[in-house]
Design a protein around this ligand. Structure first.
Ligand SMILES: [Zn+2]
Length: 107
């Protein structure tokens, strides 16, 4: 089994998550202010739900969380409140992107 051999359903969920991502209507989170008061929009709630599903479909371990992280996610080194780049999750994002693209090109 190659690394790109993801279950078809995982690729579908991944693409769905990318669409949801674009529908986010959240206000910019204020990481230096009361970021914990941040309320997620409906798109983010749905994204979170799909993320759990993707995590299951990929049969990841509980410590492999998040399952994916967008490679362009900003981070502020040294700011504990800000998410640190998760290289493994970013790698998975790229692999899923590649696999989803390959699947679409052979259709
Ligand atoms: Zn949102």
């Amino acid at each position: 089994m190659t690394k790109l051999n993801f279950p078809a359903e995982a690729l579908t969920v991944f693409r769905h998550m990318q669409t949801i991502d674009e529908q986010c209507t959240c206000l910019e989170r204020d990481w230096e202010g009361a970021y914990w008061k941040h309320k997620r929009c409906a798109a983010c709630e749905e994204w979170s739900h799909q993320h759990s599903r993707l995590h299951d479909l990929l049969r990841l371990r509980p410590d492999q969380w998040p399952a994916i992280e967008h490679p362009d996610t900003e981070s502020v080194p040294g700011n504990a409140a800000y998410p640190q780049p998760d290289r493994e999750a970013r790698g998975r994002y790229r692999l899923l992107e590649k696999a989803a693209g390959e699947r679409e090109s052979i259709r």
